[in-house]
Design a protein around this ligand. Structure first.
Ligand SMILES: [Mn+2]
Length: 310
């Protein structure tokens, strides 16, 4: 209602961005793609169903203000013409994980074919697996920057190898993934000792949430090589649950909005955000829209950061 009063309209897209129905003709630098889920664990279904819609709704009131100064960015979200589109949600189905993966792979591939930057909006943390896969066979290598309370190095859970707890293990097996920096791990529940050891043996650099609380995000930023192509995968449970309650397992001691945004900005300054995923928003766990508002503001700022990079 407030959004309509201020003229936001009812386009249904994130921030009122232009709708793009054919990503093979992507007319902008950034494409937002919604995916309510991908590879659910048996009997669990899409626990983040409705996530993209909730985050779009939380941004609706800002759409009319898109040309205003966003002080988080030091200027309007898009410094020039609006350089992002919303492709809507992929038709994901709980009973069709192979199809879900193929749809994400296909949509991300279309954006990359056009030289664009995919912004994937989950959905649970299984959605980045086909997204990262789509960066393969392009003659480039990539750095994964994962911001998450959990390291996601399970080899399988109940026989499922492509679920949300295995995202970084599967990424590590992809030939085009050269480096991984994982930020925000904390608490009990992030990893078993063997999984942590496997990740360390692979060469993952970890920056636990406790270190970020003490020293900020700068060592994490330093671990990103100059000029790297970076796929940034943000699980919203990396954020402190006092600010972001809309996650399946709230864990104390998380990052702040500013820390995540500072890290994204540092990456864009020295390297390039080649892709961005925001996952694990769970509408049923939100409190009075607080988490959706944070997610929408962070997604908006991340778009502004990506719009400013070369
Ligand atoms: Mn997580």
């Amino acid at each position: 209602m407030a959004g309509r009063m201020f003229g936001a309209g009812e386009t249904g897209t994130f921030l009122g961005l232009p709708r793009c129905r054919d990503l093979s003709r992507l007319p902008a630098k950034i494409a937002l793609i919604g995916a309510e889920g991908c590879t659910p664990y048996p009997g669990e279904g899409f626990h983040c169903a409705g996530g993209p819609a909730a985050i779009r709704a939380a941004a609706a009131a800002s759409g009319a203000d898109l040309s205003h100064v966003n002080f988080d960015l030091g200027g309007p979200v898009f410094p020039g013409a609006v350089d992002a589109v919303d492709a809507g949600d992929l038709p994901q189905e709980e009973g069709d994980p192979a199809g879900n993966r193929a749809r994400i792979f296909g949509a991300v591939s279309q954006v990359l074919d056009r030289g664009g930057v995919p912004f994937l909006l989950g959905g649970d943390d299984s959605v980045p697996i086909p997204m990262i896969e789509a960066f393969g066979a392009r003659g480039k290598t990539y750095t994964i920057l994962q911001i998450d309370a959990h390291i996601d190095w399970r080899d399988e859970v109940g026989g499922e190898r492509l679920g949300l707890s295995s995202a970084m293990r599967r990424a590590s097996e992809m030939g085009h993934v050269e480096r991984m920096v994982q930020v925000g791990c904390r608490g009990i529940g992030s990893a078993r000792p063997g999984e942590l050891q496997d990740a360390l043996d692979w060469g993952v650099e970890f920056v636990p949430a406790g270190e970020v609380a003490r020293d900020g995000v700068w060592r994490a930023a330093d671990l990103i090589p100059e000029g790297a192509e970076v796929i940034l995968s943000l699980d919203l449970d990396a954020l402190d649950p006092a600010a972001m309650p809309a996650v399946i397992a709230r864990t104390a001691g998380g990052l702040s909005y500013w820390q995540v945004l500072e890290l994204a900005g540092a990456v864009a300054e020295k390297a390039r955000i080649a892709g961005f995923a925001m996952v694990e928003f769970m509408p049923g766990r939100d409190i009075d829209g607080q988490g959706a508002t944070l997610a929408a503001q962070l997604l908006t700022a991340a778009m502004g950061v990506a719009a400013r990079q070369g």
